[in-house]
Design a protein around this ligand. Structure first.
Ligand SMILES: *Cc1c(COP(=O)(O)O)cnc(C)c1O
Length: 432
């Protein structure tokens, strides 16, 4: 398997190069040159396989032989060594919880797989720097995955005062090879600084690597749990409708790639907050990027979703085809709060703002289509504890801090404020 740049199909690289570079030399994203289709026998007997075996089968064709089978299996075991419970909300709605990993968000899957892959490929030989912009959850997942990996420094850029207390507590207390920088601006400013740094010849010496979802080693493993979901709900023998709370559209794009590999998911819904670039695009055909607006679902405050170009590529950049394969709806903070209340009062389910938006998208679909042959699932992408400040104002519940994260609560936050790109640059130079 090779990977090409979406801007230029002749710009082909192998797995290792794609992982090291993160982004193609022409600034576009890498995309697999062939999408493998799994045998029907795989799906017929998927319930007999454990999650590690499923993940191995799915990812193997994308890796070629850059990682030997036994090592790949080991990486997978480390990556998904937690539960992915599917819970019933009512007869037609289920939720899959993706937040039982070490930093309590689905991003642990991609981040851990990527860190282990980089470690194995020995990319860190001559000291590399992972630069990552975060709207809240990425930073912690990436930092945790790279913590104490020899030769790697991780620099996290997060928008000052725009992430939750718990998220900031997570990001800024790792220490060691993890550096937290709070940026005076919004998430897009952080993302733009990262992009700029990659193109900056002055910084070539620091071997910058991206850990945002544009990196194939983070993007591809996100396919895993869509297969786990199918395994769990297959017995229902119904059409699967999946609603994914979306910001940069990496997660849903992985799901759509899984569908191309044969996974029977009938409908994908990208549910967003008021940063509604994609819902608007699918409605009127105009792709208009905007500065992101701040919401209570902060991990989705994205004004220019970086992975959407991959979804377009999945459908040969054909707008009509894309429209037939993706629905997208957007919701305000008020609607999100009402959904959190409804899920708790009616179903005793504690959700957080991102999952609640996923629920809203699913509900809208069901209302419009009302097909008893369908069964809907929304993704709960983060643990409610990460958004306790918000949830507590809406419903009167106590959420227990998972034992695994108790230890960070009393640690001192350490972060450095920066205002612009030049300050980032001098920081990178200073630590190297
Ligand atoms: C990152 C994140 C999202 C959005 O995922 P994308 O892949 O960027 O679309 C949704 N929910 C939570 C909790 C997240 O951390």
């Amino acid at each position: 398997m090779k990977y090409y740049s979406i801007n230029d199909k002749n710009n082909l690289v192998d797995f290792k190069t794609a992982v090291i570079n993160g982004i193609a030399s022409d600034k576009s994203l890498y995309f697999p040159s062939k999408i493998p289709v799994l045998n029907t026998s795989f799906f017929n007997s998927i319930e007999k396989l454990n999650n590690n075996d499923i993940a191995f089968e799915i990812i193997k064709p994308f890796i070629n032989n850059y990682i030997p089978d036994d090592k790949l299996y080991e990486i997978i075991k480390k990556t998904i060594n937690f539960e992915f419970p599917v819970k019933k909300i009512n007869d037609s709605i289920f939720v899959i919880e993706l937040y039982h990993g070490p930093t309590l968000a689905f991003k642990d899957v991609g981040a851990c797989f990527m860190a282990q892959t980089i470690n194995y490929l020995n990319i860190s030989d001559n000291k590399s720097t992972v630069l990552v912009a975060t709207s809240g959850d990425t930073g912690a997942a990436v930092a945790n995955a790279f913590l104490d990996i020899q030769g790697v420094d991780v620099i996290i850029l997060y928008p000052d005062k725009k992430i939750s207390n718990f998220q900031e507590q997570q990001l800024t207390t790792f220490g060691n090879n993890i550096h937290a920088l709070s940026v005076n601006g919004v998430f897009d400013d952080c993302q733009n600084m990262v992009k700029k740094a990659f193109l900056d010849v002055d910084l070539k010496f620091s071997n910058l690597t991206s850990a945002n979802s544009i990196n194939i080693a983070r993007w591809l493993p996100q396919m895993f749990y869509y297969f786990f979901l199918y395994k769990k709900l297959k017995y229902k023998n119904k059409n699967l409708i999946v609603s994914v709370p979306s910001g940069n559209f990496g997660n849903i794009c992985a799901g759509m790639l899984a569908r191309k590999m044969g996974l029977p998911i009938k409908t994908f819904i990208a549910s967003t907050n008021i940063n509604d670039i994609i819902p608007k695009y699918l409605k009127n055909g105009f792709y208009e990027t905007k500065k992101s607006k701040e919401t209570i679902s902060n991990a989705m405050d994205v004004g220019n979703p970086s992975n959407f170009i991959r979804i377009q590529e999945l459908y040969n950049k054909n707008y009509k085809l894309l429209k037939n394969n993706l629905l997208s709806y957007s919701y305000s903070d008020i609607e999100t709060k009402i959904a959190i209340k409804e899920l708790f009062n009616n179903f005793k389910y504690i959700s957080e703002p991102h999952g609640a938006i996923g629920y809203l998208g699913l509900k809208e679909f069901i209302k419009k289509n009302n097909n008893f042959q369908d069964v809907g699932v929304f993704l709960e992408t983060a643990h409610p504890i990460k958004f306790l400040d918000i949830i507590k104002k809406i419903i009167n519940v106590n959420v227990e801090v998972p034992v695994s994260t108790l230890s960070i609560l009393n640690k001192k936050k350490i972060s450095i404020k920066i205002n612009d790109y030049e300050e980032l640059k001098s920081y990178i130079k200073k630590i190297k």
